[in-house]
Design a protein around this ligand. Structure first.
Ligand SMILES: [Zn+2]
Ligand SMILES: [Zn+2]
Length: 135
């Protein structure tokens, strides 16, 4: 019974992220939503699922400079989101997975110019996407 309940929670979380690929959520938002769907769901189950799903590359886990919370977003099959940099539209929330060939150059410059070692997996460049710029 216990396992069945855990599988159910995971399936719900999966589905929710797949339905909202361009949105990011905090663990609390996921928990609040899931507790309305699955009776008796506990917070730890939700948090554990989110962390496992991030480790498995199903979700991106990111933090914003002005926030203490982690955000989770569907990675659309990008397997190495913990290792590369992302850019995100501050208007619609769309995420871009930045190529290593592009980011590698930036990391090298950060190191040689500022002696700064970047953490690509924790770095999100904020801006406006093509669609939001024209509006
Ligand atoms: Zn990514
Ligand atoms: Zn946008």
């Amino acid at each position: 019974m216990k396992n069945e309940y855990k599988t159910k929670a995971r399936a719900f979380i999966n589905g929710y992220f797949e339905e909202h690929p361009d949105n990011r959520f905090t663990a609390k938002e996921i928990y609040d939503w899931l507790s309305k769907k699955v009776e008796g769901v506990n917070r730890t189950t939700v948090y554990r699922n989110l962390d496992r799903m991030s480790e498995q590359g199903f979700l991106m886990k990111m933090k914003e400079p002005n926030s203490d919370s982690w955000f989770y977003q569907y990675s659309k099959g990008h397997a190495h989101c913990g290792k590369h940099m992302h850019a995100q539209c501050s208007n619609c929330g769309k995420v871009f997975h930045l190529e290593d060939k592009f980011v590698g150059e930036f990391e090298k410059l950060m190191d040689s110019e500022y002696g700064f070692s970047t953490e690509p997996g924790n770095t999100v460049i904020m801006g406006k996407c093509k669609d939001c710029r024209v509006k």
